[in-house]
Design a protein. Structure first.
Length: 407
């Protein structure tokens, strides 16, 4: 009788072990904690019984308004026309780049060659392009602390070294020339944001000019985050680093003033020496920003009346919170010159802002972001409120917080 050949069998609960696989160093980049807060707030909202008060979303910098009507209509027309929405040039649609260049002339009086503008997949896609083109692994890049977390996290993932400059209300949470002069050795780069996230403070034009000129004179590449331009309150004027330095990199986005977060369109205004390096990187990493989103973004730039109405609503929400939060117990708030955030020192209420924010979500139904996302050393005594949600929610929030803190 012929012998049957059977496959060897394994015990029911055993598994072959392969060689241990490497996990890349970039995979150890710190998390962006606000994204975890979003997930927790979503889960909390889903668990609420019918009729219960909803969650007030103050954790994320996402406008509660959608894209302006003119932008949506332009996208609809483009889709109905049936034209293929394929790749654009790596730096984006020429018409959009020309429109962005005109924006610099109209808003700042700064003449910009459209060839220096790179349309990107949001500001989030702009930062790695800029960092890879401007810096090498091991380079040191300075920034104020508190700071927008992906600055440091992206740099770390790329093998660069973020250098934090501790700032507080005495410097309006912004870096100073004196801080830069004390750095030994000099960093290869400096990131500034005006208005900044999370504090909402701004650099006066003369201060931004001084920093830009210091960086240019000292061989320090300046990266200026200007994504909250258009959302300023008070007396400090907006100015662009491109007006003060030919070597600065400027980052902007359609996500904030133009209310187009999910459309994922931003841009870089590049110095001449980085144009081709960034273009090559963009070709390989992203190909192009979404075609249809670029069409909508170009149209959005002419929707001023609607966008200014959105801004007026933010201003009313800001005023309501600045009046109501101190009565609720949040008495130490950074000067909020721009953006749509309030950076609150809660050291008199807690020394663990992460736990405090978790209880606030669970017990008061308000989502906010722990300061640890923005300042790893001092953030346990801070939290950030965002006020770009619905105006009705922002009006209700102080009373709900007061009832929670003083039952």
């Amino acid at each position: 009788m012929a012998r049957r050949h059977t496959q060897p069998t394994q015990a029911p609960h055993t598994r072959r072990r392969g060689a241990a696989m490497k996990v890349g160093r970039a995979g150890s980049a710190p998390p962006f904690l606000v994204m975890d807060v979003i997930a927790a707030a979503n889960a909390r909202a889903a668990s609420l019984p019918p009729g219960a008060p909803g969650i007030i979303r103050m954790e994320v910098g996402q406008p509660g308004t959608g894209a302006p009507r003119g932008a949506a209509e332009a996208a609809i027309r483009a889709l109905q026309a049936g034209a293929p929405m394929g790749y654009t040039e790596a730096f984006g649609l020429p018409s959009l780049r020309a429109r962005i260049a005109r924006h610099y002339q109209d808003r700042y009086g700064t003449t910009v060659d459209p060839a220096r503008i790179a349309v990107t997949v949001g500001a989030s896609g702009a930062f790695p392009l800029a960092f890879l083109a401007a810096f090498d692994p091991g380079d040191r890049v300075a920034m104020a602390a508190p700071f927008y977390p992906p600055y440091a996290n992206i740099l770390t993932a790329l093998g660069m070294t973020p250098v934090l400059l501790p700032c507080d209300a005495t410097t309006r949470f912004q870096p100073t020339i004196a801080m830069l002069e004390r750095m030994d050795p000099r960093p290869q780069g400096l990131i500034v944001a005006s208005p900044c996230n999370p504090a909402g403070t701004m650099l006066a034009p003369e201060d931004l000019a001084a920093i830009a000129r210091w960086c240019h004179a000292n061989g320090v590449r300046l990266v200026s985050d200007e994504i909250y331009h258009g959302l300023t309150w008070g007396t400090v004027a907006e100015s662009t680093a491109a007006g003060f330095s030919d070597s600065a990199v400027v980052v902007n986005s359609f996500s904030k003033y133009w209310s187009m977060t999910g459309w994922r369109v931003g841009w870089l205004l590049l110095p001449e020496d980085l144009v081709r390096p960034v273009e090559c990187l963009a070709q390989n990493m992203f190909i192009s920003a979404p075609h249809i989103a670029q069409v909508a973004a170009e149209a959005a730039m002419d929707c001023t009346d609607e966008l200014e109405a959105n801004k007026a609503a933010y201003a009313r929400s800001r005023a309501a919170l600045l009046e109501g939060l101190p009565r609720a117990g949040f008495t130490n708030i950074a000067a909020a010159d721009g953006a749509f955030y309030l950076w609150c020192d809660v050291g008199h209420l807690t020394n663990d802002s992460a736990e405090f924010c978790a209880r606030m979500l669970d017990q008061a139904g308000i989502a906010a972001t722990t300061g640890l996302d923005f300042d790893r050393d001092r953030g346990s005594r801070f939290l950030r409120f965002s006020y770009c949600g619905t105006e009705g929610d922002m009006a209700v929030a102080p009373g709900r917080l007061a009832a929670w803190l003083r039952p």
